[in-house]
Ligand binder design. Sequence first.
Ligand SMILES: O=C[C@H](O)COP(=O)(O)O
Length: 539
Amino acid sequence: MDTTRFENIFVAENQIPEEFQLPEIHQNEYLLNGEMVQWNGPVNEVWSPVCIPGAEGLQRKLVGTYPDTSPKEAMEALDAALAAYNNGMGEWPAMSVEKRIGCMQNFVYLMIKQRSLVIKLLMWEIGKSLADSTKEFDRTVDYINATIDALKELDRESSRFQEAEGTIAQTRRLPLGVVLSMGPFNYPLNEIFTTLIPALIMGNTILFKLPKHGILAHYPLLEAFKEAFPKGAVNTLYGKGSEIIPPLMESGKINVLAFIGSSKVANGLKKQHPKVNRLRAILSLDAKNAAIVTNNADLDVAVSECIAGSLSFNGQRCTALKLIFVQEGVADEFVKKLSDAVSALKPGLPWDKDVKITPLPEADKPAYLKECIDDAVAKGAKVMNEGGGYMNASFVFPAVVYPVDDSMKLYHEEQFGPVVPVVRFKSIEEPIDYQINASHGMQVSIFSNDPAEVASLIDPFVNLVSRVNINCQAQRGPDVFPFTGRKDSAEGTLSVFDALRSFSIRSLVAAKVTDANKELLNRIVRDHESGFLSTDYIF
Ligand SMILES: O=C[C@H](O)COP(=O)(O)O
């Protein structure tokens, strides 16, 4: 294997381009109850996937440190969130929708001031390219602004008067209580905010567990949270999840668990809650999304979409295409085109121009991917592309592995990394059976230019997964679209619109229809701080 083009995927200290240099960041404070609390205790180190040459070969570069807080600080955060919520009567949950929107707009204003530093931290902490890190930040800002617009709409819709059978009711959309929000490393900013922001703007108070990778990228935003929201509305949790989360869950005082990660962890967390039936869970979990390329596909479209779907951010996306089924009539041609295109992808560092494949933040990922590739090869598959599977301390060049079958790990496990397993199939029943038997059901991509064939595949798949993509890769966005999954892939629905509903409940104020009661309700609407944005619906 010619490895020369991979050999520069590390950086010497004096070769870091000036605009991407980053002094070590030692975070010695965290946000609790509206204060930045000083921390003098133990710390955890943050290591970049970008490697530097060291005494014993390539080694990850130190980015900084963050507080290794204990269950004691986590319980203080819970107390602060409970006090701020105060059974819905605290300053934040009782604030008018209009004023909550004002706070959120101020947050966005303050957040944007930190744009370049947050983007740089994403690049260093998770190895995301400049283009993708920038996209993650800007998408998050767009998401917050869209959420604000959606809330205006929802508030008008939810706050209508309803009259039926001699009863009149004013409905109100209200928060649920304390929300524990946790997310993964692949979108440390964007994914956490797809739960935290809607939960917060609906008036809930938040315990925000920072992601292990991408943790320092949030540091510049803590002041913005502190300034924009009343005390206790947002409280941060550092330290080891396995130590600090169980006491929080076991307290039974978490009302909503908003978690993005694996179903195994999610199930464990739910079991810790003493009254799990009272816990609302909004979860986005496992996915091994299949692509199905039939004999009738446009192979060039299928190849370029499968590459984007499998290898954007090195395949580290829940929505990534993680298993490609190709029908035998076009299988060899498809695999050749796919392998050639993958071989041509540009490897490099996050700031390199047009880079497509970058180092991986999880220290154990290269060894795990090697295990998967070796297992497939031992059972008869081959690595089809030039450089496929090349690895060093934190970098893996993508491997197209073919033909994969159900005896191999790559058929079943969510590799969450740059390996593209391809399965050759004869009858269309085979990928349908795969999806029927799978424990997950997030998305599928079907590649075919035969309208009758596509139509016949949509119905079985749309009943097995939550999104069927036709001649395009799988993805979460546009963010106004519902984002969920079947089986072990999700619980509840996210999206700009759905998340607002997920983190709230509709309650009623109802009365018999009389002139006096109508006048009374009119009055309540006019005077009530947390009522309408406008008086359009006063009858
Ligand atoms: O990791 C799961 C993400 O929600 C995927 O989002 P994306 O499809 O926009 O990359």
